[in-house]
Ligand binder design. Structure first.
Ligand code: HEM
Length: 404
């Protein structure tokens, strides 16, 4: 059988072959030592520039000449696309359009919302941890991904939009199919279901506003301006996508990292006030998101000594940046006390993650809850049998079996 990874060997110039994906951080290290910017083929065969040094990735993220709008792609963008009604989102626009939308959305994404969610996030984390404990008691081990790190962020998005309890199983099912389908041909139907659901939910909240993010987005006004129907639904969809997968990977990858570093884990267990700096180091070190959103040069731009022509695709590698020895001492070492703190895991500049405070709170609550609930938590499988799901975009655990 030919796997997706094996078939990458057939794409000339694509560095993300089987060997690369088996250990992507080592792969990026080899490429970085070879040069700061590489002309590559993406797995779909389309050409792109891969930017590897931290200083260049940081500069690229904040450079307005690198556009997120597909309209600026010179060769015609052929990568992942959502249906037009879902494409009016922040990660597909820049300049004045982006600023206008972001200003309106920020009105709903307030610290007040994040604080309001802390109680429900903790309650959901406790409920899932109880279920995990019951499974471990019955079967000897349990999967943290299926039983905890996947459902928790989804429940948080459900709370953010006040999705009624009765709708949550169907909603979770569509999202699970969209993100991890048994067959990729199931994805368009799952996207259609979620789109239809958000259209109905927006209509319902227009009739009966509540105290949720969607109602606040509907009500948001900026000098007479307001969000259109497509913008509202696209935003809900983006928040769902951005808020569920990333947080899931940080929780499961974060837990694995802690289990692999028993001395720092013991220190954390003895003093949970170390959690905020632990979360920051996990954001740097785990880095499931291997690259930022693809960008397109709106004019010739120099990055790392290479001039990138107008219209070309640019991939800014967050994973490589976070392991760049020019930026970090011992970059591969996980160290919650490192002096050279900081990371690009939540982006930089105008597209900086809108959900950053929520993400930080969620990861903190999730990991604190697991560590408090399971004082003897340990891996239930040898490290070499861990189920990694790695593509050139994501390096994440598909399952994480533990015993308590
Ligand atoms: C650990 C969890 C998360 C990580 C690692 C993460 C990472 C990122 C990154 C890297 C970007 C910038 C992309 C780029 O410039 O190429 C971004 C943007 C964004 N994120 Fe997050 N994110 C996380 C959680 C969340 C959550 C929980 C939400 C909402 C509920 C969210 C909503 C967004 C939105 C709306 C944007 C677009 C902002 C804009 O374009 O102005 N994210 N995120």
């Amino acid at each position: 059988m030919t796997t997706q990874q094996d078939s990458l060997r057939a794409v000339p110039g694509c560095p993300f072959d089987h060997d690369f994906l088996a250990d992507p951080f080592a792969g990026y290290g080899r490429l970085r030592a070879d040069g700061p910017v590489h002309r590559i083929a993406l797995p779909d065969g389309s050409p792109a520039w891969l930017v590897l040094r931290e200083a260049d990735v940081r500069a690229g993220l904040a450079d307005p000449r690198l556009s997120l709008d597909k309209a600026h792609s010179g060769g015609g963008y052929k990568g992942f696309s959502l249906p037009p009604a879902l494409d009016a989102n922040l990660l597909n626009m820049d300049g004045a359009d982006h600023l206008r939308l972001r200003r309106l959305v920020a009105q709903g994404f307030t610290p007040r919302h994040v604080e309001k969610l802390r109680g429900p996030v903790q309650a959901e984390a406790d409920r899932l941890a109880d279920a995990l404990a019951a499974r471990i008691a019955a079967e000897g081990s349990a999967d943290v991904v299926a039983g905890f790190s996947q459902p928790l962020p989804l429940a948080v998005i459900g709370d953010l939009f006040a999705v009624p309890d009765a709708d949550r199983p169907a909603f979770s099912g569509w999202v699970a199919t969209m993100l991890l389908p048994e067959d990729p041909r199931q994805i368009p139907e799952a996207v259609r279901q979620i789109h239809g659901y958000f259209v109905d939910l927006v209509a319902e909240r227009r009739r009966t506003p509540g105290d949720d993010l969607l109602s606040e987005l509907i009500a948001a006004r900026d000098e007479g301006d307001r969000l259109s129907e497509n913008e509202l639904v696209s935003l809900a969809f983006l928040i769902l996508l951005a808020g569920s997968e990333n947080a899931q990977h940080l929780i499961s990858g974060g837990l694995l990292t802690l289990l692999r570093h028993p001395a720092q884990l013991a220190e954390l267990r003895a003093d949970f006030s170390l959690m905020p700096e632990t979360v920051e180091e996990l954001l740097r070190h785990v880095n499931a998101n291997q690259t930022a959103i693809r960008r397109f040069a709106t004019e010739p731009i120099e990055l790392g000594g290479t001039t990138i022509p107008r219209g070309d695709t640019v991939m800014l590698s967050l994973a490589s940046a976070h392991r760049d020895p020019a930026r970090y001492t011992a970059p591969d070492t996980f160290d919650i006390h490192r002096a050279d703190k900081g990371h690009l895991a939540l982006g930089q500049g105008l597209h900086y993650c809108l959900g950053a405070p929520l993400a930080r709170m969620e990861i903190d609550v999730a990991l604190s809850t697991l560590l408090r609930r399971f004082p003897n938590l340990a891996l239930a499988v040898p490290a070499e049998e861990l189920a990694w799901r790695t593509t050139f975009r994501t390096h994440a655990l598909g399952a994480l079996k533990v015993r308590g």
